[in-house]
Design a protein around this ligand. Sequence first.
Ligand code: HMG
Length: 383
Amino acid sequence: MTTIGIHDIELATTHNVLPLADLAAARGVDPAKFEIGLGQSLMSVPAVDEDPVTMGATAAARLIERTGTEGIRSLLFATESGVDQSKSAGMFIHGLLGLPQAMRVAEIKQACYAGTVALQSALGVIARDPEAKVLVVMSDIAKYELAGSGEPTQGAGAVAMLISADPALVEIEPATGVYSADVDDFWRPNDSTTAVVDGALSLKAYLDALSGSWDDYQANGGHPIGEIDRFLYHQPFTKMARKGHRELAKHTGAELTEDVLEASFEYNRNLGNTYGASIYSGLISLLHHDDDLAGKRVGFYSYGSGSAGEFFTGVVRDDYREHLYREPIQSELAERNVITFDEYVELHENVLPSQADAETPRVTKAPFRFAGIKGGARQYEAN
Ligand code: HMG
């Protein structure tokens, strides 16, 4: 039987970073609240010439450099911080990377859950044609109002994954559990650059969708909890994964230890929320920091406000260690430009009008940049 799953994966983030200790000092909050209470240390902040397209293009370019484009006939871009109401952000990436024209390109949205919809769609494409490969890109900027409750959970990042038959990293198993409920826990109106959130309701909705999707997973041939070795949760902040794990233990009556979560936190605690990319940046972190994953089953809980949950599993390939590339992302994380609180506020408030012509200052050192607006259209270029 053909196995299908994640063949290669890459992560990219922004030029700037803000230490949460500096945010805490400016807001008069005990830094332990962010570091321990939320489990977050740093947050990525985009430069004026970065956005979900530039981050997504960077992650995808790194991946394509290794894999080439042969067999890739679909590019699915998942985001909730889309740059246009009509044109897929994936189409800009298609242009920046010079991808073949014989390709289907589209954008998918359902808050942080969209990346998983893209992944599941890719699995379906390959089930029909095992020779096909799908490039899935998730890229987001998590932005809340200044001084609001969500402020310390902001962040930014992109993940690119190549989905194929006979994958080198993780085989995704067929059983999956899904859950949807119309809830106003978090949303972003069309005319707003910041999300609106009901914090307490968002925590409840996340946990309700977890038990709901777990029950559906069990009803559809899922593995018993004792057969799952590691757990990966959507991580709006890393502490949320602990809350999810405790909820799953309570719901199933199982004893679950939290040490199986740790390796998946290493990148996200230093990126902040990357929305659609978050669970998959957790996956890269797990693969990069846990040496004992060969043949292990990983449980994925993907959540998106509004609200949607999905629980499924993947099995890590025996020789996965030979297919990991830690260098680009670890250097990028370490070399980000540390900004002050005042610079962060200035960047937060600096929103380029969407229709007036403008050029952006050249700041990012990433391979692609947002150059500005011309004739009302967004312009991107290689850096
Ligand atoms: P808050 O009210 O500022 O914080 O908002 P809190 O008072 O609940 O404290 C947070 C934690 O810090 C608590 O721990 C405190 O005890 C602890 P907990 O009880 O939860 O384990 N604490 C301290 N710890 C150590 N030393 C101290 C200290 N003080 C307090 N001195 C909230 C928290 C998460 C609501 C807020 O950050 C928020 O609104 N975030 C945005 C929404 C969010 O991330 N929701 C998560 C679930 S929804 C989701 O994941 C979807 C999402 O990604 C969007 C999408 O799908 O597109 C957001």
